[in-house]
Every structure is written in structure tokens, then in C-alpha cells.
Design a protein around this ligand. Structure first.
Ligand SMILES: N[C@@H](CCC[C@H](N)C(=O)O)C(=O)O
Length: 276
């Protein structure tokens, strides 16, 4: 079967987006792994599949797969690219779009200048919601990565994140500690690992080692998780600019029970066709 796709990115976190509204398409793990391969396929961090909604109050459903073929609950950069995709393809003309995801309902608002604001829902710091094996506590949690003990804030923003505050961002630490914590036995469904350097109460530098992918240029849910972790620990204020390798995201959170708002760009790179 010849598959039509659009290659997109949100700050360099790249996606293949497929229209499964106009024509049904299903993918198995092997197909996703092959398509994601940067030598043998198209290459992407995540595959986004746009489907009709199952709930009549929603505009679309969209499914998200990591490059290793695992299906995930949520993707911040992907949500913004999804909004641009359905508008460019004229699958809708709405600028406020309600979408079903594995995480639940999310709302996307297309604003001026090609930016999209995503209502990411409310975060949870409860270990059971990630899941993370630990007794709940108010402060930081200790975890061993190899011989070194790290202090983390576990956060679920629909998908699981472990946020580590560091004094400096070191390539080697992201590359070695990232996978040790990603697949740690205390995270039975694995975890995305964020390394956050706090520059000031409203600015952070962030690198994210993503579950099922490896380090990416940017991670939208990772930026949300880092900012809410920083606010909870008293390091950050309610509006923060996160500098990621691929560019900036603006994150706002008013505190417990409120949704996180994430604003950033979405870009189309090219369209193509490939044999599935
Ligand atoms: N790049 C994404 C997150 C994608 C899912 C993640 N790797 C997971 O397994 O939870 C983003 O922009 O949020």
C-alpha cells in the first residue's frame, strides 16, 4: 500500500503525520520502527495518526506512536503540528479544536503568527499516576542511576516524566543517565527524563531524553513537566520560557488543579508517499 504522509516538526521534534480520516490506516510495531528509521525509512521521533472522533463532542481523535512503535498518551509538540495539519488539509476550519487522545480530551487554540496554544490538562505529582514505585512525599524523590543518586520530581502530564534539576547541562549526563532512568525498574512503564537548569524564576534550559526515542531537539510534555515541577518545588513562577535545543516554548501554570498551557510553533517540512 502506498502511504501519503506529511513530515512536520515542533522545534525540531519531528513527526510523520497521516490522515486516517479520509482513508483508514493501521500500523503495526514493525512498520512504525521501519518508517521511523532515518536510513531505511522516512525518519521521525513520533508518528501521529489523525482519526475521526469516537466521541461526538470531539472534532478528532489522534494517536501517537514513539519511533520504537510504542503507543503513548500525549505529545505536546505533536499536538501543535496536529492542529496545523488539520487546518492545512482543510479537515476543519475551526481555530479551537477539541481532540481525543489516549490521555483524554485536550483543546488546541490556533493563534496569530502560526503559534498554537495547547491546554495540556492538569498535572499529577502522585507516584501511582506515572506509575513510579515510591511512597508519596512532598519534596524530591531519590533514585539510583548506576552508582549515583539523583533527586527527581516525578510528574504525570498524561505521560510520565522524571525531572532532574542540574547546575549545568552536560551532554554525557543526558546520554548516559537518561537511558538508566528511562528504563529504571521503579518506572514500570518507563519514563521521559528531563534535565532542567534554572536560569531565573521565569526561564529554564531543558534537555529531554524521551521514552521510546532517545534525546530529542524538544519535548512539549517534557517542558510542561519541568515547569510544573519547578513551580511545585518553589524554584519557578507561573509563566516560564523553556529554552530547548530546537527553540523556545512558553508554559503557564497557575497551580494545583489548573491546566497547563503550552504555546509554541508548528512547521511543515514536506509531503511524500512511501510503500507501507
Ligand atoms: N515529543 C513529545 C512526547 C512524546 C511521547 C514521549 N516520548 C513518551 O513516551 O511519553 C512531546 O513533545 O511532548
Amino acid at each position: 500500500m502506498l502511504l501519503k504522509f506529511t513530515k512536520m516538526h515542533g522545534l525540531g521534534n519531528d513527526f510523520v503525520v497521516v490522515d486516517a480520516v479520509s482513508r483508514k490506516v493501521f500500523f503495526n510495531k514493525q512498520q512504525i520502527e521501519r518508517l521511523s528509521d532515518r536510513n531505511w525509512g522516512i525518519g521521525f521521533d513520533q508518528l501521529l495518526v489523525v482519526e475521526p472522533p469516537t466521541n461526538p463532542d470531539m472534532d478528532f481523535r489522534y494517536r501517537i506512536y514513539n519511533s520504537d512503535g510504542s503507543e503513548v498518551e500525549h505529545c505536546g509538540n505533536g499536538a501543535r503540528c496536529f492542529a496545523k495539519f488539520v487546518l492545512d488539509r482543510e479537515l476543519t476550519n475551526k481555530r479551537i479544536i477539541n481532540v481525543e487522545t489516549k490521555r483524554g480530551a485536550i483543546q488546541l487554540r490556533v493563534i496569530d503568527g502560526g503559534l498554537v496554544t495547547v491546554d495540556m490538562g492538569a498535572p499529577s505529582f502522585e507516584p501511582k499516576d506515572l506509575p513510579f514505585t515510591a511512597e508519596p512525599c512532598d519534596g524530591l524523590y531519590k533514585i539510583m542511576a548506576g552508582e549515583t543518586e539523583y533527586s527527581i520530581t516525578p510528574v504525570s502530564v498524561g505521560n510520565p516524566h522524571a525531572v532532574i534539576k542540574v547546575d549545568q547541562l552536560i551532554d554525557d549526563e543526558v546520554a548516559t543517565v537518561g537511558p538508566l532512568i528511562e528504563g529504571h525498574e521503579r518506572f514500570p512503564r518507563n519514563v521521559n527524563v528531563g534535565f532542567m537548569q534554572v536560569i531565573s524564576p521565569d526561564e529554564i534550559n531543558l534537555r529531554v531524553y524521551e521514552r521510546g526515542v532517545g534525546e530529542t531537539q524538544a519535548c512539549g510534555t517534557g517542558a510542561c513537566a519541568a515547569v510544573v515541577a519547578g513551580i511545585k518545588q518553589g524554584w519557578l513562577s507561573p509563566k516560564v520560557t523553556a529554552h530547548l535545543r530546537g527553540g523556545d516554548l512558553h508554559i503557564e501554570w497557575q497551580g494545583e488543579g489548573f491546566p497547563i498551557l503550552m504555546t509554541g510553533p508548528a512547521a511543515k517540512v514536506f509531503e511524500g508517499q512511501i510503500y507501507l
